[in-house]
Design a protein around this ligand. Structure first.
Ligand SMILES: NC(=O)c1ccc[n+]([C@@H]2O[C@H](COP(=O)([O-])OP(=O)(O)OC[C@H]3O[C@@H](n4cnc5c(N)ncnc54)[C@H](O)[C@@H]3O)[C@@H](O)[C@H]2O)c1
Length: 321
């Protein structure tokens, strides 16, 4: 797909990697972000990438719930990648109304404006959280969703908003259910951050890490570059209607395993402290991404060891406050 692509949440962790990849492949890119968790710094290379690859980069500061901002943002676009959300289970439990407003309400606004502007393709960043504690692992898209948090509820509602527009023939939608994404630029600065970025930030600072629960809970970690590739394919493939697709590595890794691998990468022991399991956290998670392979020709290819090394290098090099 040629032409202008809107990335909402493009200043965030996944969004900024997507922006870089789109610009590198010669697209024009527009970002809409309110910088609530995203950072200007994540986009500092965007102008130079655009210049190097003959494209254009434009940044709109604003809220995805604003009709006025979103109307401007979708204008002339060939595709929308909608990543802006309150991307935290813990925060959603503290503020369920705000989470629903941004994560579902923002999607309603984005889809409505995309339909009005006749944008043909809409890609939604959804989440494995919609499954809750799945009865069977690996979990496939045929498994009935059982959201356990306002975050998961809002993601499921956002998928249904996309599906309704797609079923009405108004656009083609791809809802990608990301599993646990990790990589450079994942903000370690809050208690809501992904476990790998929290552990790495603590290890880089020589501080103890906090393990919630017994540490034997498993997650399906997928490298950010793999997730970006899934989004690029979701934009490109000739599709109609709605496609709901898992995007995970299919490999279960326990939180204690992550610590062990990190000690190898960091080259020394990491002190750990155990605290009670967090509300809304699921026990085990593992993707069956066979449908994404079939529909998009996609599967995760980054080895966990090399993904951890790249992420560790970023943590060691990044400037600290
Ligand atoms: N990181 C993961 O492991 C993971 C897993 C599953 C799904 N996801 C989804 O992927 C998407 C990106 O996640 P991320 O990890 O990059 O998080 P992130 O917090 O780094 O990125 C979210 C971006 O959205 C922006 N944003 C938030 N509210 C906004 C609003 N009202 N208006 C405009 N911009 C707003 C933030 O400023 C930020 O730049 C989210 O939708 C998230 O739910 C992430």
């Amino acid at each position: 797909m040629d032409g202008l692509i809107l990335v909402t949440g493009g200043a965030g962790f996944i969004g900024s990697h997507l922006v870089d990849a789109l610009l590198t492949t010669g697209h024009d890119v527009r970002v809409l972000d309110d910088f609530s968790t995203g950072k200007q710094d994540n986009l500092r290379g965007a102008e130079a990438l655009a210049a190097a690859h003959g494209g254009h980069f434009q940044l709109i500061a604003g809220d995805v719930r604003s009709e006025f901002k979103m109307r401007d943002a979708v204008d002339g676009c060939a595709g929308v990648c909608h990543l802006a959300a309150v991307a935290s289970v813990t925060q959603s439990l503290a503020d369920p109304v705000g989470t629903g407003s941004v994560t579902h309400g923002g999607t309603v606004n984005a889809v409505r404006m995309a339909v009005d502007a006749e944008v043909p393709r809409f890609v939604l960043a959804s989440s494995c959280a919609v499954y809750g504690d799945a009865a069977e692992l690996p979990v496939a898209e045929t498994c009935a969703p059982r959201p356990l948090s306002p975050y998961a509820e809002a993601k499921l509602a956002a998928e249904q908003t996309c599906a309704a527009a797609a079923d009405a023939g108004q656009l083609a939608a791809v809802c990608l259910r990301f599993f646990n994404v990790y990589g450079p630029r994942q903000d370690p600065g809050s208690e809501y951050s992904g476990v790998i970025s929290r552990f790495m930030a603590a290890a880089a600072a020589g501080a103890p890490v906090t393990v919630y629960g017994d540490g034997l809970q498993t997650r399906d970690f997928v490298y950010v570059g793999d997730v970006v590739e899934a989004i690029l394919r979701a934009l490109q493939k000739p599709l109609s209607g709605v496609s709901v697709l898992n995007a995970g590595s299919g490999i279960p890794t326990s939180v204690l395993d992550v610590l062990g691998r990190l000690e190898e990468v960091a080259g020394g022991p990491i002190e750990r402290r155990f605290e009670a399991a967090r509300a809304g956290d699921i026990r085990d998670s593992r993707a069956d991404s066979g449908r994404a392979k079939w529909v998009l020709g996609w599967q995760a290819t980054e080895k966990f060891a090399s993904g951890l090394e790249k992420t560790w290098a970023w943590h060691v090099e990044r400037p600290r406050a």
